[in-house]
Write a protein that binds this ligand. Structure first.
Ligand code: F6R
Length: 611
């Protein structure tokens, strides 16, 4: 959601900023802009609604020489997406320009006060208020002091970068609840950005700013301060992601590339963590809290969207094999409903980005109330990864497609490892532990067998791409998969799709079934297979078309369903890891056939940093 970049150095700023914005495109946006301090110390700003290509076309008309500048991709919150509301925003004198991610919650009050002091506003955004507030303070204070004074007044969240033509060799950046990373390129050359993707082709040396920290960049060096201007020392971190991981590598879309690389992702996620002989999972982050985990009597797993679906599968796994009571909850609800927690509760936050505002809020609430908080996070160094007590990274590498795929199967894998870890601390037998461990290591190979059928699934998409509505059904471990299959299809193809427990169909939804409303049934040969077959029969009896995801060798469902997709046999608790693959491929190929913008679907953002 929104991307921010700032560059200061000796090179022309515009191409570096545009390249950074391009690499953050995947986050989802509706307009883009940049501002550069040109050589005669004027600030030139260009901004355009729509894709970056529109901004690029605008830039082709002008030369913007200058080596200090800021850029932004905006995902609208306050004010519709248009050229005026796009960032950067400026003050009355057009001397200060800034980009902002997040929301200024007290912007009405600040705006009213500034209007009384004579400021005039041109946009519908909350961000513009910040530019005028800095301008107001800049009348008596220098740029940096004015920036700090303004940030001390605002309530809300921000990742912000600002420049002023009164101090043209300076970039100021700050964060509160919205990520900001400083990349140290060389002597006097820095990139500050909201996403490491915009930095990693220039340097691997980064500093992750903490909340309420400000970073001052000049050709003489960088300084990090708190909001009271007190200097802070910060460790420099090394980014371990590879630039090539964030490229399409010949695939037409990032989503397809990310689906295809899942066997390797799951292997990376398992590497060094499975001990077959002992039937154990070795999760370094959790060992420190081993005793407390053994004593906990309740777990709550929170997340949003796809991460919440992974959490639901985790609930089934942990209750069955670790015999620990588990609840799952949308992080957006958790925070506001006064959850009852104590020091024997473990709260697990699941998140690809580690920056989802709702999930971060849940983490903070749980910590405040004394729970042990664990994270299952993909992005190393993200806010959530740094705020939880302990956790396990998913090691899926950068996920660029907005629809989560490889991060999801990696989350399921980590949840299976946590199940093994907790189960063996409790009552899980060595033999069962060994079976889970062994079968986990089979996952990459079995996922590959499904990926080898990708062409067949692409063919299916041709048959089903013209329908306007879909049901996805499944039971037990595959109920969350029905929700996930429906989410994948709707978010990238814009086809109406609903996920239900197969047993829920008779209680209302089946009224919609006719020959124009197909159902995708996830029906592997597990403990609820017979029940799911009956539910499929009920749909068939009402002329509903059925695509069934079945276990290889099933002889019953190929006779009942219209089409089957086979997945290899595995332990019931691990079937979701395999079932995810055909669901992703089906959604992908239907969306591709409909020529949708698969990697950046309309209205969606990769990382949802506002509540
Ligand atoms: C769907 C999708 C979203 C995210 C959700 C949480 O494909 O990607 O539903 O799963 O926004 O995001 P993270 O995992 O970054 O917290």
């Amino acid at each position: 959601m929104c991307g921010i970049i700032g560059y200061i150095g000796k090179q022309p700023a515009t191409p570096i900023i545009m390249d950074g914005l391009k690499r953050m495109e995947y986050r989802g946006y509706d307009s883009a802009g940049l501002a550069v301090i040109v050589n005669d110390q004027r600030i030139e700003c260009r901004k355009k609604m729509g894709k970056l290509a529109n901004l690029q076309a605008e830039l082709a008309k002008y030369d913007l020489p200058g080596s200090v500048g800021i850029g932004h991709t905006r995902w609208a919150t306050h004010g519709e997406p248009n050229d005026i509301n796009a960032h950067p925003h400026h003050d009355c004198q057009e001397e200060i320009y800034l980009n902002h991610n997040g929301i200024i919650e007290n912007y009405y009050e600040i705006k009213a006060a500034l209007e009384q002091q004579g400021h005039t506003f041109y946009s519908a955004t909350d961000t513009e208020v910040l530019a005028h507030l800095i301008e107001q303070h800049h009348k008596t204070l220098n740029f940096e002091e004015a920036f700090l004074a303004a940030l001390n007044e605002v309530i809300g969240t921000y990742g912000v970068v600002a420049i002023s033509n009164k101090e043209p060799e300076k970039i100021l950046a700050a964060r509160l609840g919205s990520p900001m990373i400083l990349g140290i390129v060389g002597d006097g050359e820095y990139i500050v950005a909201s996403d490491v993707a915009a930095i990693m082709q220039h340097t691997r040396q980064v500093i992750y700013l903490e909340d309420r920290e400000v970073c001052v960049l000049t050709p003489q060096g960088y300084t990090i301060k708190d909001l009271q201007a007190k200097k802070i020392d910060h460790a420099v971190n090394e980014v371990d992601w590879d630039v090539s991981q964030a490229q399409k590598q010949g695939y037409p879309h990032f989503m397809l590339k990310e689906i295809m690389e899942q066997p390797r992702v799951v292997l990376d996620c398992l590497r060094g963590r499975v001990k077959i002989e002992e039937g154990l999972a070795h999760l370094r982050g959790l060992h420190e809290y081993s005793e407390r985990l053994q004593q906990c009597n309740r777990m709550i797993i929170v997340g949003m969207g796809t991460a919440l679906h992974a959490a639901m599968v985790g609930e089934y796994m942990i209750e069955e094999y670790a015999e620990l009571p588990v609840e799952i909850e949308s992080a957006a609800e958790f925070r506001y409903r006064k959850p009852i927690l104590d020091d024997r509760t473990v709260v697990v936050a699941v998140s690809q980005s580690g920056e989802t505002a709702d999930t971060i809020a849940a983490v903070r609430e749980a910590k405040l109330k004394g729970a042990l908080v664990l994270g299952i996070v993909n992005v190393v160094g993200s806010t959530m990864a740094r705020e939880v007590h302990a956790g396990a990274y998913t090691h899926a590498g950068p996920e660029i497609g907005v629809a989560s795929t490889k991060a999801f199967t990696a989350q399921l894998t980590v949840l299976a490892l946590i199940t093994l870890f907790l189960g063996r601390q409790r009552d899980l037998s060595l033999v069962m532990g060994q079976r889970i461990a062994k079968e986990l290591l089979e996952m990459p190979h079995k996922m590959q067998q499904i990926l080898d059928q990708a062409d067949t699934i692409a063919g299916l998409a041709k048959q089903y791409g013209a329908y306007h509505d879909f049901f996805f059904i499944g039971r037990k471990y595959n109920f969350p998969m029905a929700l996930e299959g429906a989410l994948k299809l709707k978010e990238i193809s814009y086809i109406h799709a609903e996920g239900y427990g197969a047993g829920d169909m008779k209680h209302g939804p089946i009224a919609l079934i006719d020959d124009q409303f197909p159902t995708v049934a996830i029906a592997p040969q597990d403990s609820v297979y017979q029940k799911t077959v009956s539910n499929i029969q009920e749909i068939k009896a009402r002329q509903g078309k059925v695509i069934a995801i079945v276990t290889t060798g099933d002889t019953i469902l190929p006779k009942v369903a219209d089409t089957v997709i086979a997945i290899p046999k595995t332990l019931e608790m691990l079937t979701p890891i395999l079932a995810a693959v055909p669901l992703q491929l089906l959604a992908y190929h239907i969306a591709d056939q409909l020529k949708r913008d698969i990697d950046q679907p309309r209205n969606l953002a990769k990382s949802v940093t506002v509540e």
